[in-house]
Design a protein around this ligand. Sequence first.
Ligand code: 3EB
Length: 342
Amino acid sequence: MSSILFVSQLPLPQLADLPSERRASLLGLACIGHSSEPWLNELPVQTIAVPLLGDAPPAIGEFWTSAGACRSGMADGIRFRVNDNVLFGVVEADDADYPAQAGASPVQSAAEDAFRRIFALLDKEGYAHLWRTWNYLPEINAVRDGLERYRQFNIGRHDAFVASGRLARAEVPAACVLGTRTGPLTIAFIAGRQAPIPIENPRQVSAYRYPREYGPRSPTFARAVLARPPGQELLFVSGTASIVGHRTVHVDDIVGQTGETIANISAVLAEANRQALSAPFTLADLHYRAYLRRAEDFAEVAAVLAASLGPDARIITVQADICRADLLVEIEAIASHSMGSC
Ligand code: 3EB
């Protein structure tokens, strides 16, 4: 068996102390905050340049560890590692490197190129099914040439999903798209040999069916996916916000938005549990990442989360811009269940 295990949230200075067998079994990681650990360069590492909030160390690593042997690769600028069942990779694309073209902005071209390269890699390596993408884009809400950069990103992503045939097959991953302070567009992704099970939220219009008022092309993601590497059931809950139907609710009300976001995550869990083969997923199972537009909202959000998730919930909270200008908070989550003795 070579399943993957989610190992969360180590303060990054502890990385240097990891035994070499542990390092050898890492598929990759996200580095939230700031890090300059040189040995990390051997691994796919997504650097997420966002400040951590609350009582947190300066940087946190979120690790993907494989129970079996791993192999590293580099293809078309994408650093990746695989085990028998999954591929973890990181790709970066700086829109400054893409010339403006008639009909395609630099951000659109960067996003389309990044996803086309991801799909080429996945098809070649035989991990055809994208489970989860984590997308970070600087100046996400800035309007350039008449269109918000997030909406430009959506056009490029959509076109790559169409070109690869994945949108026609309704194969869309769980995802998030957040703003960073600096750096290129960076996309981390996990793909597998098996198609994941997409989960939608009955309280929300599916994002890939959003009306045009949110941009010329809809965001290409599922509200959650369930994935089943051998012996394991993983639940990836996409970035979730205070949206009911397709509209933002509780504008300018951080407490209201946080409560509505938890209601949406609960609804996604209930849908996932209709399909789950392992024990039912609960709010207490999840590892959370919370993005706040305004750092000063931290205490109010933390109070709502403690009341609804319990005081021991595992939550990384960061400041980041969110892809709709009226959203103040977005929360994503991951859970992993063992399937028993296989
Ligand atoms: C929303 O529900 C909030 O464009 O991939 C959440 C998660 C959001 C993923 C994406 C966008 C994305 O529409 C925004």
